[in-house]
Design a protein around this ligand. Structure first.
Ligand SMILES: [Zn+2]
Ligand SMILES: [Zn+2]
Length: 422
């Protein structure tokens, strides 16, 4: 027997309702905030992510699913921001409108370490707003994130915010970090010793207890921010206060990808443990220009769909409309008449199905109709066939009646499917 690829999951029909409900809620809210859906390919050039996420980031170094064909070097996308900025520029959307607001839903791929129990194909629900440096956009994005999580009935979450500042400020921050970490250098884990030279920000993200203890002692603040970035941050925080959105300012918060600037944020939930966030995002004010476009501010976030499902405190009970009718036929001739009637019912938009199981008794077929929760069962036996009728059994009242076969469609049209019990 074949098995699924490690780190992937099958989402079965009984589970898919929760996925759909989550996606429907999110996309409804995205639309109501003026975001439009965009779908980019699952495959992109390797260089796209190398350039945007950063050569020394964990994702690019260790987690990309690479596809080499001929001279091409492709990857399965590990995230969507870089793809969306690429699409934005390639389709010249910068010329067509001022601020462009996109949302997306889809699979991402990262070769995560297996022992962490993380998925290698996972799903993101996210937004990107490209074309503005206004702090009001940061406020909108964070309040949108907050609203989504609330609407999904997730409680007990916490939003963390920090500002990395502009590119210059990030360089200052790197200097401050190196200066403050130097006395503890010998006590860092092996990875962090390497990060100290290559990408000092990543030390703040290390989950090793010895490194976390050091990070806690650093007493970071906002000294690295220039006046303009400081003002931006103040406006964002004041705006969130006005809207009554709770957050915690966390100077040790960094993001694992290089393109982030200024406002960054993360939303955590206790159900996921300390290592994982429900979602995260931030500004990437230099990425559009870096990709060859104009200087445009941009900000976005992504939520992990699997994690959203895990964190939902009262799992929603989505209800799938069931079938209206189920056809049960007895004998070969009745089968033929049944297939014909089924087609007619479906043509009329009446949700119907028929039992194709070979050798199942009438009792077995009735039991199946019960399990499916249908409104009416249509029985065609030899007797009925001779008379040109069918027996309709009302599965709620249990009453039966004989109806002319030509009359069935008209009779069934007024029935709604029964909703599944929650
Ligand atoms: Zn700055
Ligand atoms: Zn470390």
């Amino acid at each position: 027997m074949f098995r699924r690829v490690k780190g992937t999951r099958d989402i079965l029909p009984e589970e898919i309702l929760f996925w759909r409900k989550t996606e429907e809620t999110c996309t409804r809210i995205f639309s109501s905030y003026g975001y439009e859906e965009i779908r980019t390919p699952l495959m992109e050039e390797f260089s796209l992510f190398c350039r945007s996420l950063g050569k020394t980031t964990e994702v690019v170094k260790k987690q990309m699913f690479e596809i080499k064909r001929g001279s091409g070097h492709l990857v399965l996308r590990p995230e969507a921001t870089a793809s969306i900025v690429r699409a934005y520029l390639e389709n010249r959307l910068d010329r067509k409108r001022g601020l462009a607001k996109f949302y997306y839903v889809g699979a991402m791929f990262r070769a995560e370490r297996q022992q962490k129990g993380r998925l290698r194909q996972f799903h993101h629900l996210g937004v990107e707003a490209i074309g503005s440096n206004s702090p009001n956009l940061d406020i909108e994005i964070i309040s949108l994130l907050n609203r989504l999580v609330k609407e999904l009935n997730i409680e007990g979450y916490q939003i963390y915010i920090n500002s990395l500042g502009c590119i210059k400020d990030k360089q200052v921050l790197a200097k401050i970090l190196r200066y403050k970490i130097t006395p503890y250098l010998d006590n860092l884990c092996a990875d962090c010793k390497r990060r100290f030279k290559q990408n000092v920000f990543r030390i703040l993200d290390c989950k090793k207890p010895e490194c976390m203890r050091i990070v806690n002692k650093l007493e970071l603040g906002t000294d690295h921010l220039c006046d303009s970035c400081k003002k931006h941050l103040e406006s964002v925080l004041a705006g969130l206060d006005t809207l009554g959105i709770g957050y915690k300012f966390e100077p040790a918060l960094v993001r694992g990808l290089d393109y982030y600037t200024r406002t960054i944020f993360e939303i955590k939930h206790p159900r996921l443990g300390s290592q994982d966030a429900l979602g995260a995002g931030g500004r990437y004010d230099n990425l559009v220009a870096e990709f060859g476009g104009p200087e445009l501010g941009a900000i976005g976030f992504a939520l992990g769909e699997e994690r959203l499902l895990l964190a939902q405190s009262r799992q929603p009970q989505p209800q799938e409309p069931r079938l209206v009718t189920y056809l049960i036929t007895l004998g070969e001739e009745a089968d033929k008449a049944g297939v014909k009637l089924l087609d007619k019912l479906r043509e009329q938009g009446i949700a119907s199905d028929m039992d194709y199981t070979e050798g199942r008794s009438l009792k077995g077929k009735m039991r199946r109709a019960d399990e499916l929760g249908v409104r009416l069962t249509v029985i065609i036996g030899e007797d009925e066939l001779k008379k040109g009728t069918v027996t309709l059994k009302d599965m709620v009242s249990g009453k039966q009646e004989e109806v002319k076969i030509d009359e069935v469609t008209r009779r069934l049209k007024c029935y709604e499917p029964i909703r599944a019990e929650s």
